[in-house]
Design a protein around this ligand. Sequence first.
Ligand code: S3P
Length: 461
Amino acid sequence: MTTTAPIDYLVRPTGALCGDIRVPGDKSISHRSLMLAAIAEGRTRIRNLLRGEDVLATMAALRSMGVRIDDRDPQPSKGERGRDDIDEIVVHGIGDRSLSPPRSGVLDLGNSGTSMRLLAGLLCARIDRPCSLTGDPSLSRRPMRRITDPLSSMGAKIEPSPSGTPPIRLEPIAGDPFQARLRAIDFSGDVVSAQVKSAILLAGLRARGTTCYTEPGPSRDHTERMLAAFGAPPSQEGLRTCIEGGIGLRGTVIDVPGDLSSAAFFLAAAAGRPGSDIIVRGVGINPTRSGVLSILEGMGARIERHDIRGSGGEPVADLRVRGTRLQGIDIDPASVPLAIDEFPAIFVAAAAARGCTRVRGAKELRIKESDRIAAVADALFALRIEVEVFDDGMAITGGEIAGGSVDSASDHRIAMAFATAGIGEGSLRIRDCRHVATSFPGFVALAGEVGLDIEVQGGDA
Ligand code: S3P
């Protein structure tokens, strides 16, 4: 898992950002591709899988339960593979057979909320012995009743700790694991969460009858798109999604698009620096995920979408951003779930924009890998940027970010957002950046390619 040795970033001022880059594969889609491939009949080939620690945690958990996953080492060795070469892993799906958790009974999912919540739904009617889903200190603070309550009502034997947090204890449900069946439910969620929706849909594959989930607003629909690619398309009517129990998945080929959440750091940084010109190729622009683009555009960003195409049921484009001075805006609360992971980058862009940027209706930010409202506000305060904090959001008055020292709150996205900030003078130290590897291996090197100057200090190396 993540190295325990402290890593700081030291960021020095640079000028305009320029380059033509690709970012690693999408984290959400990578998790789903492994999980669905594991329970499909036959082989699935996955290209461009993200090898971040969160996805590796999902991969390790599946392997520890008996799923064979062949992974060619993607590291380019001289003269053999260029960075445009496609790398591929092959998952040998177990079909309808049960998954056997390791004898230790522990599946350690590190920092990864997606692994924990989606696997809970996937496993609750597929395991043949008990297990506990555990995580690191950050994951161990995150709320799990939002999934354990609906899964329990389906008949799953699932229990979080008394405080509603991990570890999650799972036991096999009664009966032959081949036939173990949950009760179908018709559930309406009260938070916009793709993880809750996905956990219920994945459990619904093992229910008798049709399981439906109605969300209070649109959340990312990667699970639905990927279920269709595996031959089990859910039906959809507005915000209500239904899945038939008992449909078997068939192995397929998945091309994972570049992760818009990773691209967002460079897009936001370039958008606000006059003279910048960056192209990020092959990025997923699924409309349930691309709120960051419209929010930045609302702030005046110049973003072009080129060569829009499909990849594994997901829309993909090459994104070009040319820098300008951004303008603060009131962000529409309806767009918050569509950009939920990009707020650290948006907040840092707002700190350099003209005027005030305000977001409300974003309480979910408080229960991500860190309390992202508190963590960003503390960091901006330390950098003498004017911030007003609300229970469900923040108002930031743009200024000039001078050097100083901020804490990432052990949160990969806070670390990367500040690492890509435009700094007027001095240097910016970002403490505790070791979690960047959970979602963006190679971040510092790629940042260097577009002209950022980030020195890594500490760590195991
Ligand atoms: C994710 C959904 C979002 C997001 C997370 C990944 C997913 O979480 O913040 O990083 O892959 O389904 P919520 O479902 O809690 O909104």
